[in-house]
Design a protein around this ligand. Sequence first.
Ligand code: BEZ
Length: 223
Amino acid sequence: MLLLGKTFPDFSANTTEGEINFHEWLGDKWGILFSHPSDFTPVCTTELARVLVLLPEFVKRNTKVIGLSCDSVSSHLEWCKDIKSFAGCNEDEPFPYPIIEDEKRELANKLGMIDNDELDHKGMPLTARAVFIVDPNKKFRLSILYPATTGRNFDEILRILDSLQLTDKAKVATPVDWKAGDDCMVLPTVPEDQIKTCFPQGVNVVPLPSGKNYLRKTACPKI
Ligand code: BEZ
């Protein structure tokens, strides 16, 4: 079972960019591994196209992306043409991120990415829409698992990356619907006597009926 905070399992895989070793491929970057039920399916095509359009945003966040779909590399390479076309990208440009082949669902099984509710035409369970975020220390930092029938929101995944990267550096947590630059919450573990040193920008304690001063807002720290 994959556990947040533990080292993300390393693996070797064949991809549209050749054989990779996952940890080596990540190098010193953040990584996002996202899986798909199969090639040439409508929702998957929209998702991979969205990642293509958002790629500069992932690069800005020092993050590499890699897809997985339970078909072969030759099928992925054909499919990439559709994805580029749907994304409105130049079809002569190379596809800019790798897609892992997983015809036998070996990796999808190993990483717990299977959706037992969605079967392919042979009655085999499909790969779910998983999102795994791994940090530069190869630590597993976030997991989201969607069924095959629900497409993901990759703007939300960028928002998550902003939160993870901020909260790694500052003693804050990001509240509901937070976006980069919005006010943050002081971590409950920061004692009162450290507030001034940790948050020179000031802290606003929101009064609540309990009288407990736990909801402490501060401007988004510059990191
Ligand atoms: C799709 O990508 O459109 C899809 C794939 C498998 C099941 C349902 C939808």
